[in-house]
Write a protein of this length. Sequence first.
Length: 247
Amino acid sequence: MRVIKPLFPALLALALAACEGNAPDSAADPGLESGQATLAPAAAPEAEDGAESTQEPTSARFQLGTHYRRLSPTQPTSSSPDRVEVAEIFWYGCPHCYAFEPYIARWQAEKPAYVSFVRVPAVWNPLLRLHARAFYTAQALGKGEAMHEAFFTEIHENGNPLDSEEALAEFFARFGVDADAFRDAFDSFDVNSKLQRADELNRRYEITSVPSIVVNGKYTTNATMAGGHDQLIELIGELVEAERSAD
């Protein structure tokens, strides 16, 4: 069994810097607010031939370039063409993701039927990648929904960073997963493939912080850009409705 040793405090602090702040008063570029980690992503895909529409899809309270960004070109989604996809890019160890979880959970429970919600873990350092592997392992074992909130609780309320494979194996055991089943899923082709896909999406979506939201592979935003958690949920609603109307 591979062992990923607990990170030294300095590296753990660096990992925590991958979270975005929630204060909307940063004067910096919206993608690089204080508290966000910056990456060196792979080269962005070349723009599609032809100009993108310049018409803003939201009400006057939200402005393109300030409260949300337009990806160019629009990126493919994993949802069927008749669904509007909302993706959350997150990390279990991020306190801002933990704070946002009740908001996105309420929205998910009430979202329109034509909306497909997907979670994409951030993967840009060893600890984030370990937690991303744990996320996909839980999915592979049919424990995804049962364990999702529990990951946040274990890290942020119980003080267990889940920063090694052994710690994760013990955690999964609480949900009835024996050591062999955990190891087989943790090292499986399916989980490795999903990790590669998550890395590709992080780069295609130009993610520099978590939590971030991507609507239909076209628009990206976060709580700092939107002005807070409530505003972010409202912005998601406006972008979703605009995408539905555009179909």
